[in-house]
Write a protein that binds this ligand. Sequence first.
Ligand SMILES: Nc1ncnc2c1ncn2[C@@H]1O[C@H](COP(=O)(O)OP(=O)(O)OP(=O)(O)O)[C@@H](O)[C@H]1O
Ligand SMILES: [Mg+2]
Length: 235
Amino acid sequence: MLIIEDLHTSYNGIEVLHGINIEVKKGEKVALLGANGAGKTTTLSSIVGIAKEKKGKIVFNRQDITHLETHDAIEKGIVLIPEGRHIFTKLTVEENIRIGGFLLSKHRNDMQENMERIYSLFPFLKDRNSQMAGTLSGGEQQMLAIARGLIGNPKLMLLDEPSLGLSPLLVTKIFKIIDEINNMGVSILIVEQNANIALDFTDKAYVLELGNINLSGSSKQIKEDDRIKTAYLGM
Ligand SMILES: Nc1ncnc2c1ncn2[C@@H]1O[C@H](COP(=O)(O)OP(=O)(O)OP(=O)(O)O)[C@@H](O)[C@H]1O
Ligand SMILES: [Mg+2]
């Protein structure tokens, strides 16, 4: 579904991704791990056209999307849930979700249907649909950000550290929700600092170090790798 081939991404001429290769198959859950500054967010930004200085190739459903604009990526079915919650605190829960669909003219017709789908996945958001989003708890705001990403019926969801700053209980809840989204047929590429949880939850993982993929394989296999144990799992 998504193939990243020999991708080099730079900011103002300074290269931060040095030729990475990543593949996400249809229905797969894939983790992208790595230390601070390794280039995880840059990888996601490159896919959705936020980072523009690129060499190499990004292919989505057999179409070259290397130099696509951000709104075109959304139209093609790729949604990014960025780090931090980026919700509109002074708008209601429902307005926040609907705003996710404003760019999607051609999806306008199924908006109501999608709202229902989203509310069945997040019943607490339905109960609070007219509440100001800023009054939700941190974890609830994170779920709202994920819910909003579903309004355009994505085929691939990119998540940048969705569990950041949440309690262990909420982290489990978020991962459960992402699992349900995956079960609805949405492929997942997730950036996580919490390698332990990410490896338990995904099929496959890539480890970025200073802009290079230094390790990849099945998540199960990677969890047993001694390099990962010492560097990321504190074992
Ligand atoms: N907009 C930007 N302009 C210039 N340099 C940037 C920009 N965004 C990121 N960088 C640099 O690119 C490198 C990779 O950053 P990136 O944000 O992709 O890392 P990350 O793996 O997501 O880190 P973290 O875990 O801290 O979120 C870093 O050296 C960072 O300083
Ligand atoms: Mg980041």
